[in-house]
Ligand binder design. Structure first.
Ligand code: AMP
Ligand code: MG
Length: 503
């Protein structure tokens, strides 16, 4: 994998095709697909700059052709990834049905970024899907992923949205669009499950034509991309270190979601990235009134992926990942006198056993900062638990409650709690001004509120991008003083908000 080094490439493209060099079973080429009239609608100039792309070096029409898959940029390809996944607990063979990796872009600092188009037409993994995407949901992913980034939460980014000029059939007829997604990597828990499952023929899965060695190639590739510092560690310690790292990064990621009321909505194992980035913005949404049972996704009728379930589901998914890696840990174990499989199972159980404590550690860290503390102890943990319980009992808006602590004017239901909080700050030797300073970077004032997101997407579909652009600019500075409109929760009597998958 030698990325091109010239900085004078067309518009700054420096694409390599490292994923394509993995064994054939891991990918397939997406067919060409012609759109009526691709037009560049949204372009992320600051992200482009980070990637070393030079927008001004090519006309808008050229960007529209590149970022809708009509033409390949220099060095570009059309690769769809194979993966499997536990969807709501059931195991299925999947793959990118409507996404294609056009390559890995080398940024000016030498970092590698997957550049993927979503909605560019059907791929060999499309099953019964049309391979397409619609404007509202692609703008929604753009908005929410950029909001997560501004909140300091690891996430895939959005480089552009191109409208295709085609109509797409969903509940009704909707304008087609393609999103350009940027990620440190797209290898998922489901990719590892796929590598393991295709070695074992069964009725449910495929024909079992990947080898054990292919799974090791995939793991080494992912480590090289995502955790280069352990590339030269000997196996099996290398793979153990990698599992430990993934468990740690997921525990931290989910704690960060919890701290802002983010509900992913479809935490299937194919939607959990080994890069530790939030991925796949389908039915996700932010909670307003604090309630750990909140679910927005129309298909999550059992509440499997409810707000309060996310830490546990993270652990369940990590167990599926570790399971898929046990044979590799066992086969690469050259330590003498140890029965390999038993040893590997014991190792992963130990690694997984650390997850609940890791999650709690990160949860307490992020929530302590939300209350102005810079360390964690049992009294502070109790303060956090009490506040969350009061918020839940009184149906308080999570974002506004935390934001209001700094100006001393939260809901009357919190007055006793406020006294305890101030006492606790004092006994920790923290001045209120210092607490407020800490909190000002931990409690966002603007989140993508559901009614505002819906309003701006409806306007965008009608051709008015002003509300989208205004909301986006507020979301990009979530800790600054917002316009009042952006902090108001939806009315209490509004119908329950519902989100949908695969739209
Ligand atoms: P998701 O729930 O968005 O993670 O999608 C689950 C699977 O369905 C993935 O393999 C997607 O690639 C695939 N998929 C979703 N929508 C479509 C579509 N319109 N056409 C083809 N495949 C799709
Ligand atoms: Mg997905």
């Amino acid at each position: 994998m030698i990325p091109p080094t010239s900085s004078s490439t067309l518009a700054g493209w420096r694409l390599s095709q490292s994923y394509a060099k993995l064994p054939d079973g891991f990918h397939a080429e997406a067919e060409e697909y012609g759109f009526a009239e691709p037009k560049l609608l949204v372009f992320n100039h600051s992200l482009a700059e980070e990637l070393g792309l030079r927008f001004e070096d090519a006309p808008k029409e050229q960007w529209a052709a590149w970022l809708s898959g009509q033409e390949s940029p220099p060095g570009g390809g059309r690769l769809s990834m194979a993966y499997a996944g536990h969807q709501f607990g059931g195991f299925t063979m999947l793959g990118d049905g409507r996404a294609m990796l056009i390559g890995e872009q080398t940024d000016p600092d030498g970092g590698l970024w997957d550049i993927q188009l979503k909605g560019g037409g059907p791929t060999p993994f499309a099953r019964r899907g049309d391979g397409l995407a619609t404007l509202g949901p692609m703008l929604r992913e753009y908005l929410i992923s950029e909001s997560m980034h501004a909140l300091g939460i690891p996430t895939t980014r959005s480089l552009a949205v191109v409208t295709t000029g085609d109509q797409v059939f969903r509940q009704g007829i909707e304008p087609g669009a393609v999103l350009t997604r940027v990620a440190r990597g797209h290898v998922r828990v489901g990719t590892m499950q796929y590598a393991a499952a295709r070695q074992a023929p069964s009725d449910e899965t495929d024909t079992g034509d990947l080898a054990h060695a292919d799974q090791i190639v995939l793991m080494d590739y992912a480590i090289d991309r995502l955790q280069r510092e352990i590339t030269h560690v000997d196996a099996p310690e290398k793979y153990e270190a990698w599992i430990r790292h993934i468990i740690d990064s997921q525990a931290k990621l989910i704690a960060q979601w919890m701290s802002v009321g983010f509900i992913h909505g479809v935490m299937n194992t194919d939607n959990m990235s080994l890069s530790g980035e939030t991925i796949d913005y389908g039915p996700c949404a932010f909670m307003d009134r604090y309630d750990s049972e909140t679910v927005f996704s129309s298909i999550d009728t059992g509440g499997r992926y409810a707000y309060g379930q996310q830490p546990a589901v993270g652990g369940w998914n990590l167990t599926r990942l570790a399971e898929a890696m046990i044979p590799v840990l066992a086969s690469t174990d050259h330590r003498p006198d140890e029965p390999e499989i038993e040893q590997a199972i014991e190792t992963v159980n130990k690694l997984l056993g650390a997850y609940p404590d890791l999650y709690n550690k990160y949860f307490q860290q992020v929530f302590s900062r939300k209350l102005g503390f810079i360390r964690v102890d049992d009294d502070i943990t109790k303060l956090i638990d009490d506040l969350l319980e009061l918020m839940s009992d009184n149906e308080l808006d999570m974002t506004n409650t935390f934001a209001s602590l700094a100006n001393g004017a939260p809901d009357a239901a919190l007055s006793d709690w406020m006294s305890s909080w101030k006492k606790q700050l004092a006994s920790n030797g923290i001045k209120i001004e210092d607490a407020i300073e800490t909190m000002s970077h931990a409690n966002p004032r603007v989140i993508p509120r559901n009614h505002l997101v819906e309003e701006c997407l409806a306007a965008a579909v009608r051709g008015d991008m002003d509300p989208f652009n205004e909301l986006l600019s507020q979301l990009q500075a979530p800790y600054d003083a917002p316009l009042e409109k952006y902090t108001a929760p939806s009315p209490k009597d509004a119908p329950p908000y519902q989100t949908f998958c695969g739209t």
